[in-house]
Design a protein around this ligand. Structure first.
Ligand code: ZN
Length: 52
């Protein structure tokens, strides 16, 4: 999972997780992250690893 700031590339801290509604029926889990350098708040899609 990419956890560095997309704007300045600094380390970020996780504020929490939520479900983001995509369309009518889909909910994607995302991680809410805050950049400590430029204060950008952004979402990171939480990848679900499928196993056999
Ligand atoms: Zn930043």
């Amino acid at each position: 999972m990419e956890t560095t700031c997309p704007r300045c590339g600094s380390d970020t801290v996780e504020l929490g997780e939520k479900s983001l509604e995509i369309g009518l029926t889909r909910n994607e889990p995302v991680s809410i992250r805050l950049c400590g350098n430029c204060a950008l708040v952004f979402y990171v899609h939480i990848e679900k690893i499928s196993k056999f």
